[in-house]
Design a binder for this molecule. Structure first.
Ligand SMILES: Nc1ncnc2c1ncn2[C@@H]1O[C@H](COP(=O)(O)OP(=O)(O)O)[C@@H](O)[C@H]1O
Ligand SMILES: [Mg+2]
Length: 245
C-alpha cells in the first residue's frame, strides 16, 4: 500500500472566540495533499486561507476535526512537540520576507539552526549551501537592505530550507514583488517541487496559481473547488538581470 498522504485534514473547523463573539473561519475542511504536490490556495480576502495555512503549519490547532501530518495526529502532541515538528518538517515563507535587516544573508539563514542547537561550523556550512541553492552564493554577506525584493525573498526561502523541511508553506510570497520577479520566485518553488519538497502557497493572483500543480479555492471557510492542472513552467531570470534598488 502507498504511504499515507503527507497532509490529511478531515472535517476541520476553526472558530475564533473574542469575548462573547465567535467567528467561524473554517466550516469543515477536508483535504489530502501528497508529497511533492505544489498546491496553490486561492480565495477572496477573509475566506480562510491564512487560517488554513496556520493549521497546516501547526501554528494553531483545529477547533474540531483531525489533522494528520505524515500520518502523525497532531492533536496528541504537546506545544513543545509541535514546535519541534515545525522546526524539523516545515519551512515558512512570508509576504514581507521577515528578515533581520542589520544581519547578513548568511546569518539570517543560520537563525533556525541556532534555535535547533546546531554547532557553529555546521550552521555556516548549511546556511551557505542553502543560499547557493537559491542562487545567492555570491551574496552571502549582503544585508537585506542591499538586496532587491526578489533577492530578499530568496534569502527567506533559503532560511525556510535550511532545516531540510519536507513542506514549504508560503503565504502570499509574491505579494510584495513585481510580476517578473514573482515568476522568478515561482521558478524557484517549482525547482524545489522537483526535488520532492511539497509546496503550499497562498495567493490571490490566478497568474501565480498557474505555476502550481493543484489549485484549491476557498470561500466562506469552505473549499469551493479543488483542481489538478498542467503546471505552467516558470522561466527563471538569467543571473544578475534583476534590478537592484
Ligand atoms: N486571530 C483571529 N481572531 C479572530 N478572527 C480572525 C482571526 N484570524 C482571522 N480571523 C477571521 O477569520 C476569517 C478568515 O480569515 P483569514 O483566514 O485571515 O482569511 P484570508 O487569509 O483568506 O484573508 C476572517 O473573517 C477573519 O476576520
Ligand atoms: Mg490571509
Amino acid at each position: 500500500m502507498d504511504r499515507p498522504a503527507l497532509v490529511q485534514l478531515k472535517d476541520v473547523t476553526k472558530i475564533y472566540r473574542m469575548g462573547d463573539v465567535e467567528l467561524v473561519a473554517l466550516r469543515g475542511v477536508s483535504l489530502e495533499i501528497a508529497q511533492g504536490e505544489f498546491t496553490a490556495i486561492m480565495g477572496a480576502s477573509g475566506s480562510g486561507k491564512s487560517t488554513l495555512m496556520n493549521l497546516l503549519g501547526c501554528l494553531d490547532r483545529p477547533t474540531a476535526g483531525s489533522y494528520l501530518l505524515e500520518g502523525q495526529d497532531i492533536s496528541v502532541l504537546s506545544n513543545d512537540q509541535l514546535a519541534s515538528l515545525r522546526n524539523q518538517t516545515l519551512g515558512f515563507v512570508f509576504q514581507s520576507f521577515n528578515l533581520l535587516s542589520r544581519t547578513s544573508a548568511l546569518e539570517n539563514v543560520e537563525l533556525p539552526l541556532l534555535y535547533s542547537g546546531v554547532p557553529a561550523a555546521e550552521r555556516h556550512q548549511r546556511a551557505r549551501e542553502s543560499l547557493v541553492r537559491v542562487g545567492l552564493g555570491d551574496r552571502l554577506h549582503h544585508h537585506p537592505n542591499q538586496m532587491s525584493g526578489g533577492q530578499q525573498q530568496r534569502v527567506a526561502i533559503a532560511r525556510a530550507l535550511v532545516n531540510r523541511p519536507r513542506v514549504i508553506l508560503a503565504d502570499e510570497p509574491t505579494g510584495n514583488l513585481d510580476s517578473r520577479t514573482s515568476v522568478d520566485v515561482m521558478a524557484l518553488f517549482q525547482a524545489l517541487g522537483r526535488t520532492g519538497i511539497t509546496v503550499l502557497l497562498v495567493t490571490h493572483e490566478p497568474d501565480i496559481a498557474a505555476y502550481a500543480t493543484r489549485v484549491v479555492t476557498m470561500r466562506d471557510g469552505l473549499i469551493r473547488s479543488d483542481q489538478r492542472q498542467a503546471q505552467k513552467a516558470a522561466v527563471p531570470l538569467p543571473d544578475g538581470t534583476e534590478a537592484h534598488p
